[in-house]
Design a binder for this molecule. Structure first.
Ligand SMILES: [Mg+2]
Length: 225
């Protein structure tokens, strides 16, 4: 797996930190994606009907029934992320969970999206009060995780809704504590069984104490923000 040089550059800008590390995906972990995206599509004359855990092949033009091909899906995603502040709200319980973990862990958000959307996403997360560092990657997440951890073998936890990202993390940092969290649990039926050793959590309320335990930190009271 190769390293995204722009992601590496972003990581180099972060202050050195030796607290336990918590790395979070953004779409459908910190921010809602798969619930607002169909509403965005509808406004543009498209329907999303899930028959599998992917977008391409499941989006159709309403008027004609034509299935939308990959380049057009990419263009729609681009438009959605450009206007994400109008669509993407915080996943239920995420703010409280992260506040509860407090400053005992280093929290970093790692989003797989074109780097050009970083500033827009940063502004949106700031507006929502999620001021944790945000990294973008256009490649696999595992190498970024290894680089973030640094040379010290500090505990690492990683939360993502995409099994392939969890596997990438495991490949790069074998002792990562992996958590599978989906903003919309109804999509689990389209996924193969989650691999052994990955902790499946229903929501942030369940995730927070499990992450704290995995990282070896005591959770703070939720009001202590
Ligand atoms: Mg995601």
């Amino acid at each position: 797996m190769s390293d995204d040089p722009e992601t590496a550059r972003q990581i180099a800008e972060l202050a050195a930190d030796d607290r336990p590390l918590l790395v979070l995906d953004v779409d459908d972990v910190v921010l809602e994606f798969i619930r607002p995206f169909p509403r965005f599509l509808e406004k543009r004359g498209f329907n999303l009907t899930f028959n599998s855990f992917r977008l391409t092949g499941n989006i159709a033009e309403r008027a004609s029934g034509r299935l939308v091909e990959q380049p057009e899906v990419t263009a729609l995603l681009d438009e959605f992320f450009h206007g994400q502040a109008d669509w993407q709200t915080i996943t239920d319980g995420a703010s409280e969970a992260l506040a509860m973990l407090g400053d005992r862990v280093e929290i970093v958000m790692l989003t797989a999206m074109p780097h050009r959307h970083r500033a827009t996403r940063r502004a949106h997360l700031d507006a929502l009060g999620l001021r944790y560092p945000l990294l973008t990657t256009e490649m696999h997440k595992g190498p970024a995780l290894a680089r973030l951890r640094g040379k010290k073998r500090r505990p690492v936890a990683f939360v993502d809704d995409q099994p392939r990202n969890l596997m990438s993390a495991r490949e790069a940092v074998a002792d990562t504590h992996l958590f599978h969290l989906m903003a919309d649990n109804s999509l689990r039926e389209f996924l193969p069984p989650i691999e052994d050793g990955i902790v499946v959590v229903e929501d942030w309320r369940e995730a927070a104490p499990k992450i704290a335990a995995a990282l070896g930190v005591a959770a703070e009271a939720a009001h202590n923000t």
